[in-house]
Design a protein around this ligand. Structure first.
Ligand code: ADP
Ligand code: MG
Length: 716
């Protein structure tokens, strides 16, 4: 017998919290008032009816209608995880949205975050095993859980939220769950999406008949759309201008601006603030105060919460009202809802992953959004009352240039990490895996090829013991390979530091007005042999100066990013201990020799990311793929070595390689002989250079052998 909305609403309105057995707080009742106004709340009984009848359901509803916060709670009241020992998971593609949803729902349920309601993201687990009944988590993390628990035995219901985002992890989970529901008849699946292309998911999850659709009615108000007459040459500048124009001339109501990344957003916030202050100073009687709040994924949690603060009050009691401006990445498109937004400023761009399997390059590029994204963004303006959306592009471009929908991520990214995960989960044939949209065969092939060169998969595509170890790390396969190999070079402590430092956002700070000072500070911390060695140096200096609270500030370094690196390092260290990988370091009397060892360990992971200098103009050619690249301006090498290993290929105005370290070609031939089989190289300067090295090595070896033979002869 199914639960009814009446029973559940009785419990929700009750005096005692059924999960903690404590009386409900005042704040609980206050939030409950707001929850009851959400469209989804009134449909609770329809939901329970459908949920009881079907194993898989698809939910669609406008952003802000209460899917993320309410549906998982409905499920909890029906599944009763506290009595059954199986819990409820709700996935999100983004870390920030995961944390934010968990925090909100913990407040709504009147429990402490990390207790009955928790979240789990890479390198941060805020759950309490025994107590947590509702877990928000990133889709990538749930996919990783499948490695150790392929039937998801811990869960009674799995909710895949933001399925329209079509991340590789969500797509992979859909494939796994589709086959799992046949084995686990008691497992329920809910797929939630903000856009109306739900039919695709319904058809995909067909058991006898397509999965039923639960539709949350939207309550949106009309939004007026305004285009520019001419294309805007500088969209950031245009966005700032538009915000100021709105603040000066439009009725009260908050503004949401979409930009593409942290730097751009911080920069825009600063400029908006300066211009707004000017405006207010000149005309305090008609222009109200303005607060400008950035929103992007690497923002510290306390600052994330600021987006929910109300707009500033008027300075004097009957003065002009204040206004709040939120300058956000794509995250405010569908994952996070801020109430009170009446104006949206949309330049029409976002950062998107692109993958070119031919040259094995994945990059993040600022690219035009799709029509459906533009519609979602505009929709943010009509949540509370009629709004306006200012598109900073022409109507003609909207009609003619924008694609209908974004391509799913699986068609735009490198799959090596996902393939390793899926092979570990037990997917035998990735080509015939039941994908929602299948990846390009060449992309799959590239992933299998990389994993084979790293020796994670054997020639038949089976997981090797090394591959099993590698899959235990929540890292790119190159990094885990490097970590596992590092004890052979007596430097696992150092490689651990490098990997941790590469796993956190950029920690060099370079404020606009103090660029020179920041550059000098950076140079002082840099080591000439390579950026990877610099990472170790910065981390060690940070550790040595932990009780100097000014150290990070004085050195133009983000203390938060380094604290995060220390946390990541500690977690990776635990995995290494579990796998019994030796933690070693050697204090050579000769530091240079130790650095050589560290660089050799880097080669064991990143031998496919090597470039060779061409001529003396500072340009490099990547190995095998023959892409012309330059060292990124942030690179700290003081010369231009002939052979370099790089961590990242970045495409901005031109192709760069970033985080670069000098290596010796002998190491490539010695440590990655399979990949550096010169028969597989096309003719060219790189091949000739490698051939010369090989000849030299052979000659040396020949001499050695002759010498050995001679001395053997002498002895006998
Ligand atoms: P959906 O998933 O359908 O987009 P949500 O469940 O995320 O909707 O949000 C429903 C409503 O809950 C939002 O419109 C907002 O009013 C409120 N809300 C969500 N998160 C928070 C938060 N962290 N602080 C305040 N209000 C929030
Ligand atoms: Mg949501």
């Amino acid at each position: 017998r199914r639960v009814t909305a009446k029973q559940v609403q009785g419990a929700i309105d009750g005096k005692e919290n059924p999960f903690t057995r404590l009386p409900h707080s005042d704040r609980y009742h206050k939030i409950l008032e707001a929850r009851k106004k959400l469209p989804v709340y009134t449909q609770m009984d329809d939901f329970y009816e459908m949920y009881a009848k079907h194993q898989i359901i698809v939910v669609v509803g406008e952003t802000g209608s209460g899917k993320t916060t309410q549906i998982p709670q409905f499920v909890v009241y029906s599944d009763m995880p506290q009595t059954k020992g199986k819990i409820v998971a709700c996935t999100q593609p983004r870390r920030l949205a995961t944390m934010s949803a968990a925090k909100r729902v913990a407040d709504e349920m009147d429990v402490r975050l990390g207790k009955q309601v928790g979240y789990s993201i890479r390198f941060e687990d805020m759950t309490d095993p025994g107590t947590t009944i509702l877990k928000y988590m990133t889709d990538g993390l749930l996919l990783r859980e499948a490695m150790n628990d392929p039937d998801f035995e811990r869960y009674s219901t799995i909710i895949l939220d933001e399925a329209h985002e079509r991340t590789v992890a969500t797509d992979s989970l859909m494939g796994l769950l589709k086959s799992l529901v046949k084995r686990r008849k008691d497992l329920k699946i809910i797929v939630m999406s903000a856009t109306l292309d739900a039919l695709k998911f319904q058809k995909y999850f067909t058991i006898d008949e397509p999965a039923p659709l639960f539709k949350v009615p939207g309550r949106t108000h009309p939004v007026g759309i305004f285009y520019t007459r001419e294309p805007e040459p500088d969209y950031v500048e245009a966005a700032i201008r538009t915000v100021i124009m709105i603040h000066r001339t439009e009725d009260p109501g908050d503004i949401l601006v979409f930009l593409t990344g942290q730097e751009e957003i911080e920069d825009a916030c600063r400029k908006i603030k300066i211009e707004a202050d000017d405006l207010v100073a000149n005309d305090p009687d008609t222009v109200g105060p303005l607060s400008c709040i950035p929103l992007y994924s690497s923002l510290p949690p306390q600052q994330q919460q600021r987006i929910f603060d109300p707009a500033p009050p008027p300075r004097v009691s009957d003065g002009p009202p204040g206004r709040k401006v939120i300058v956000s990445t794509n995250i405010a498109e569908t994952s996070l809802t801020v109430d009170g937004v009446v104006y949206v400023v949309d330049p029409g761009f976002s950062k998107q992953k692109l993958y070119n399997p031919r040259i094995r390059v994945e990059s993040l590029l600022v690219s035009p959004i799709s029509k459906s994204s533009a519609q979602q963004r505009a929709g943010r303006a009509g949540r509370t009352r009629p709004g306006k959306c200012f598109r900073l592009f022409t109507e003609k471009d909207f009609m003619k240039e924008l694609e209908e929908h974004m391509h799913p991520e699986i068609l735009r990214c490198n799959l090596s990490s996902t393939v390793l995960d899926l092979v570990k989960v037990g997917v035998k044939d990735l080509v015939r895996f039941d994908w929602v949209d299948a990846p390009a065969p060449e992309t799959l092939m590239r992933a299998l090829e990389l994993l084979n060169f790293l020796a994670a998969l054997d020639d038949d595509g089976n997981l090797t013991p090394l591959g099993t170890k590698m899959s235990a790390f929540p890292l790119d396969p190159q990094m885990s390979k490097m970590l596992i190999t590092s004890p052979e070079f007596d430097c696992s402590q150092e490689i651990l530091t490098i990997v941790a430092m590469l796993s956190v956002p950029n920690f060099w700070s370079r404020p606009n007005n103090r660029r020179k000072e920041a550059d000098i500070a950076k140079e002082l911390l840099s080591l000439p042999d390579g950026d990877h060695l610099t990472l170790i140096n910065v981390f060690n200096e940070y550790q040595n100066n932990l009780n100097d609270s000014k150290w990070a500030w004085n050195n133009y370094i983000s203390a938060r990013a380094l604290a995060e690196a220390a946390n990541v390092r500690a977690q990776l260290l635990r995995i290494m201990e579990r796998l019994e990988i030796d933690l070693v370091t050697k204090s050579h009397p000769d530091q240079t020799r130790h650095y050589v060892d560290i660089r050799k360990a880097l080669v064991c992971g990143y031998f496919m990311q090597v470039a060779h200098r061409e001529g003396d103009k500072g340009s490099y050619l990547t190995i095998k793929d023959n892409q012309v690249v330059s060292l990124h301006p942030s690179c700290g090498l003081d010369t231009q070595p002939e052979w370099v290993l790089f961590n990242e290929f970045v495409l901005t105005t031109r192709p760069y390689i970033r985080t670069v370290t000098e290596i010796r070609p002998e190491w490539l031939l010695e440590l990655a002989a399979n990949y550096y089989d010169l028969k597989l190289f096309t003719d060219g300067e790189t091949k000739r250079a490698l051939q010369r090295v090989l000849n030299r090595l052979r000659k040396k070896q020949g001499k050695k052998n002759a010498k050995a033979a001679a001395s053997n002869k002498k002895q006998s």
